[in-house]
Write a protein that binds this ligand. Structure first.
Ligand SMILES: [Zn+2]
Length: 245
């Protein structure tokens, strides 16, 4: 055998020869390798940043009450996915460095593992991607990007409010949020703003009102930089504020 051949060649399923289906007298039957291949494809399409590739709900570690609660809430959300009633999305409010993105991606991956499609969208990357469609001859256009983000079964919109808002940006963001709303598709939004009032000042009342209609709010993220002493967050469903009153 040639040295290192196994490492170079892609492993081909012995049962189906890479066809993902096995021909039987009753017709083609999906091979057991197919689910795994489809899962890999969905994970690849989800745009999860490399530094978060190994993050899961379980690796959102810590045994204090707050973190246990957050993990339980996250697992319960995944178990109930897709949600059928009430506010179907989640809005994570809290200061930078408290683990919002980690937990959001953990939820996203668990939902993809369940068989759904998902997409991770960082706001700053999103606008950079949109700008590229104007200045260069890319294979995709703005509509295609909005369509991809708008149509996944589950969407993580990370770091809302991180960008300096312009009318153009707010308009694009509203398009995404509103598309999810109209198609009844859940969204998970994270922001380092401390409450919906602060978020409203940043991205406007239109977006926040929509999010408030769509999302359970998980807040009470502490103000300290928790990267300094490990993660510590608490979650509850806040009904005490409304964005428009
Ligand atoms: Zn196979």
């Amino acid at each position: 055998m040639a040295k290192g051949k196994k490492d170079v060649e892609k492993k081909v399923c012995e049962k189906c020869g890479g066809m993902q289906f096995i021909l039987t007298d009753e017709g083609p039957v999906p091979c057991e390798c197919r689910q795994e291949k489809l899962l890999k494809k969905r994970l690849k399409a989800a745009n999860i940043p490399r530094r978060y590739e190994n993050k899961t709900i379980d690796t959102f570690a810590g045994n204090d009450k707050r973190r246990r609660q957050l993990r339980n809430d996250a697992n319960a959300y995944v178990k109930g996915f897709p949600p059928t009633e009430g506010k179907k999305g989640l809005l994570f409010l809290g200061t930078t460095g408290c683990g919002k993105t980690h937990l959001a991606i953990g939820i996203l991956k668990a939902i993809i593992n369940k068989g759904y499609t998902g997409y991770y969208c960082n706001i700053i990357d999103f606008f950079r991607m949109l700008k590229e469609t104007y200045i260069s001859d890319t294979a995709y256009d703005e509509l295609a990007i909005l369509e991809r983000i708008g149509s996944a079964d589950f969407l993580v919109l990370d770091d809302l409010g991180a960008e300096k808002p312009t009318e153009w940006k707010i308009d694009r963001l509203y398009t995404i949020v509103n598309r999810r709303y109209e198609q009844n598709l859940p969204i998970l939004v994270t922001t380092n703003k401390n409450d919906t009032e602060e978020l409203k000042e940043h991205v406007g009342v239109r977006i926040v009102s929509r999010l408030y209609e769509m999302c359970q709010i998980i807040d009470q993220f502490p103000y300290e930089d928790y990267r300094m002493r490990g993660l510590d967050m608490s979650s509850h469903l806040s009904e005490k504020r409304t964005p428009t009153d």
